[in-house]
Design a protein around this ligand. Structure first.
Ligand SMILES: [Zn+2]
Length: 407
């Protein structure tokens, strides 16, 4: 039973209301067995039977739960930085897309890439993530858009999940955009997703969630509902890219189908937000994409006041959010969305865990949860979240094992 002692401040992120403050314990210790937390509290109250156990010195650091990045597009072919330069030069997102750029370009480049190429590239980013404190990552397909190519992306996630220590939750996003070979037959593509791709992927256990990009230029509300209902019939919980560029009724649909989360939501209606609160749908805010696309930011207060769980994630992808730093997303959640550092941390831990259905296992430091935690060389959560440009992560632990250390 290892005991981590000499913790200056332990931010547990346990329980509490969505807008509530963090529970922190000063001068704390933390014990675990077989990767599961068995005790935590003030060090001077450490039970006698733990006093003689193996000790690890936290060196008077801040300890927080492992960060959970609950929305990424981790595996992809190519990059699209030249398109960003074109946007700076004055071209619109739509002009670039019509000229063959945007998501469809990444689809071409992902289809052309081998599984090994996708794997090694994604592995590099995954390592950068856990070096900055991330211990669980949701990862979407959606750049294959055919049964074989969606499975190629999802197999990359299955392999990373077994080869690397970080927890990976795979999501099928076959309904990202309509692929070029189906532009004249949208209904045919939706049928292929419902009748072929979802059943096959679910039968092989390659995904836990089914996601749809509900937006003008992507999928309509009716098409989204068909795909999400089909996913549910095959045991895949719903997620939704909703109300990012326009109010497409995504928040309402997420509530209607009982989605685990609705993501983006910059343009969500008040009615939609209230429906999400009643249905217990987590709102996932993605401020990095907001920043890169020059969109008006999500107003956190509207969600928190309505009682919605509000998560923060990167949306890591090669176009609108080329950023795998969840810490930067937390900072932007504070600066753009008016969240407090405590709310941003809860959003990147407990609420993020809810968004991927793992709130019973991870997302906070409580007895019975996994010993996924991070040692931070900063005097307070505020200091760590609001400062940028320095990686203050000392060590990352997953299941009680140190997987990375700054030394
Ligand atoms: Zn996304």
């Amino acid at each position: 039973v290892p005991v981590l002692h000499n913790i200056a401040r332990l931010a547990t992120c346990g329980g509490g209301e969505p807008a509530g403050e963090l529970r922190t314990i000063e001068r704390a210790a933390l014990a675990w067995r077989d990767g599961v937390i068995t005790w935590l509290g003030r060090e001077r109250e450490l039970p006698a039977e733990l006093a003689s156990e193996e000790r690890l010195d936290a060196a008077s650091t801040l300890v927080v739960p492992g960060l959970v990045d609950c929305h990424t597009h981790l595996a992809f072919g190519g990059y699209r930085f030249d398109e960003h330069s074109e946007r700076i030069g004055g071209k619109s997102y739509l002009e670039i897309a019509r000229a063959g750029g945007g998501i469809r370009r990444t689809v071409r480049e992902t289809r052309a890439a081998s599984e090994e190429e996708l794997l090694e590239k994604a592995r590099g980013y995954l390592q950068a993530m856990w070096q900055s404190g991330v211990t669980a990552v949701e990862a979407k397909s959606g750049y294959g858009l055919s049964l074989a190519d969606e499975k190629k992306q999802l197999r990359v996630y299955a392999r990373l999940a077994t080869e690397e220590p970080v927890r990976i939750v795979p999501t099928l996003l076959a309904a990202h955009v309509v692929p070029p070979e189906f532009v004249e037959d949208r209904a045919g593509y939706v049928r292929a997703i419902v009748e072929e791709i979802i059943p096959d992927v679910a039968a092989e256990g390659l995904a836990r969630f089914c996601d749809v990009f509900l937006e003008e230029g992507a999928f309509s509300r009716d098409e989204s509902r068909q795909v999400l209902e089909a996913g549910k019939r095959h045991g895949l919980r719903a997620k939704l890219h909703a109300d990012q560029l326009t109010d497409g009724g995504g928040a309402l649909l997420a509530a209607e189908v009982g989605a685990a989360s609705a993501d983006h939501l910059e343009h969500a209606s008040q009615e939609g937000i209230e429906a999400m609160a009643r249905a217990g749908v987590v709102a996932v805010s993605l401020p990095v994409a907001t920043l890169y696309l020059g969109q008006p930011p999500l107003q956190a207060r509207r969600f928190l006041d309505a009682g919605v769980s509000l998560a923060v994630a990167t949306d890591f992808n090669p176009g609108s959010a080329p950023c795998c730093s969840l810490q930067l997303a937390m900072l932007l959640a504070c600066l753009l969305q008016r969240m407090t550092p405590s709310q941003a941390l809860a959003g990147a831990t407990l609420h993020a865990a809810r968004a991927i259905g793992l709130e019973r296992e991870i997302g906070s430091l409580e007895v019975g949860k996994r010993a996924d935690f991070v040692l931070v060389d900063a005097p307070s959560v505020e200091h760590w979240v609001l400062e940028t440009g320095v990686n203050r992560i000392e060590s990352t632990f997953i299941g009680g094992e140190r997987v990375w250390s700054a030394e």
